[in-house]
Design a protein. Sequence first.
Length: 261
Amino acid sequence: MSQIQEKTQVIRLEQLTSDIVRLTLEAPNIASIANPGQFVMIRTGNSNDPLLRRPFSISQTSSDGCFQILFKVVGRGTSLLSHCREGEYLSVLGPLGRGYRIDTQRRACLVGGGMGIAPLLFLGKRVLRKCPDLRPVVVLGAKNREELAPLIDDFAALGLKVHAATDDGSLGHHGLLTDVLKALDLGSRCMTYVCGPKQMMTAVHLFCRSMHYGCQVSVETSMACGMGACLGCIVPLEKGGYGHSCSDGPVFDAEDLVWTL
């Protein structure tokens, strides 16, 4: 896999909610070869604190050589990143990992929860380009309207209808994302592409297994290096042993992983 360390310029920083930020970076080399489901490792400060880079899914790329990430401020690294200024430069390593493998013979269903929604916009664009006659179904879930509404707008801009669920019922279905998924008519041939909390992905995987649908999941784990050297992101495999979510994934066939309720 090609990997590039690039000095990227901050083009735009958007505060979508009180703690959700979208960052646009100019990185023509990374943007030109990135695929949906891949990620980047970003040095969030100009000192050794924090020491390690932080991983972020690529939310989308553009023809002008930019890519976007979407993140929630949860610690020092993301807090520093949320205070970047336009014109500032960041050191970025990427694109990393194995992304989603688009099945052009089956209808796509994109399923995302919380910040797991981030890589699905990039994937939606790619599916539309590869399978113009098989428009994907989009099912998204979050805590509330504030968190979900800005992300729905991105998919609407692609002409994609979003089936929504929120924990508090402020937007769409009041309850679990999987309730919405089960109520949809996805036909007999479907490939689901999933990213989000582990409990949600487990439920989606079990549903897909019962329906004989394909299911690819993007595993979110802590990463120190992003290249398989530190052994900090291992996940148990159904065949035995472990895989690295950074290099063998982050996208896996759901059937290849061990799932626990």
